[in-house]
Design a binder for this molecule. Structure first.
Ligand code: PGA
Length: 243
């Protein structure tokens, strides 16, 4: 079996084109189903994608009034008001600018006393919403999706993870120093992600070349978390700046 056949690969000519292509898929989904359950991602890669969604909302092309969203992950020990938190990122890049009801917006709680309970409840909430219709993903230089680092069992639901040194290094630009980068995070598990009906994975820039090559190789291994996606029936990879 050619596992690559499961993934749909779209090469974009530029970062802007990648973001536009991805936003078009999300907009089409929302127009088809006003009550879409979105899975959202953070990081440098999707910033332009969120700009496209905000522009389309402001132009009256789409409305999120009946939609819901669940974010992939959040750092542990960081307050939502901290500019480096994913709560802050999402408000700043998307939620403050669109009409999604606040009660329909979900980002894992990284500042709660009982994280294990919060993780279980997060999966239960996603299930109660009917699972995610369309999940946006980025990819880590080490192949992580969400914060599922290499070695994560594919069977896990939302859980608490220790971040690898390479992930902390990659994300230190958002903090004053590497020492300020949290050591742990709460993340949707691979199983949570695999339960999404549709996945759009964005890969941008030469720092992701090795991750791109490993995904293209089609080899499925827990050492390379994104490879789980080869077992998913509906994944579109939109990439630019890698070959
Ligand atoms: P990036 O992060 O978009 O900032 O490269 C992606 C990820 O780590 O999943």
């Amino acid at each position: 079996m050619n596992v690559l056949a499961n993934l749909k690969w779209i090469e974009a000519k530029s970062y802007e084109e990648m973001c536009k292509n991805a936003a078009d898929i999300f907009k089409e989904q929302l127009k088809k189903d006003h009550a879409t359950v979105f899975g959202m991602a953070t990081g440098g890669t999707p910033e332009g994608f969120y700009k496209e969604l905000v522009t389309a909302y402001k132009a009256g092309e789409i409305s999120f009034a009946h939609a819901k969203s669940f974010n992939l992950d959040e750092y542990i020990g960081i307050n939502p008001s901290n500019e480096a938190s994913y709560h802050y990122y999402m408000d700043h890049n998307l939620f403050n600018h669109i009409d999604m009801n606040r009660e329909n917006i979900h980002v894992p709680a990284g500042d709660t006393a009982n994280l294990e309970k919060a993780a279980k409840e997060y999966d239960a909430e996603i299930e109660a919403a009917g699972n995610i219709d369309i999940q946006l993903l980025g990819i880590g230089v080490n192949g992580h999706i969400g914060f599922n680092e290499p070695g994560t069992p594919f069977t896990l639901g939302t859980n608490v993870v220790e971040l690898t040194q390479s992930t902390r290094e990659a994300n230190k630009v958002y903090f004053d120093s590497i020492d300020d980068v949290p050591t742990h995070a709460i993340t949707m598990g691979i199983n949570t992600i695999m339960n999404s009906k549709k996945v759009v994975l964005l890969i941008s820039g030469e720092s992701k070349q090795e991750a791109f090559n490993r995904l293209r190789s089609g080899i499925i291994t827990e050492d390379f978390p994104a490879s789980a996606l080869h077992n998913h029936p509906d994944v579109t990879v939109i990439y630019t700046g890698v070959k």
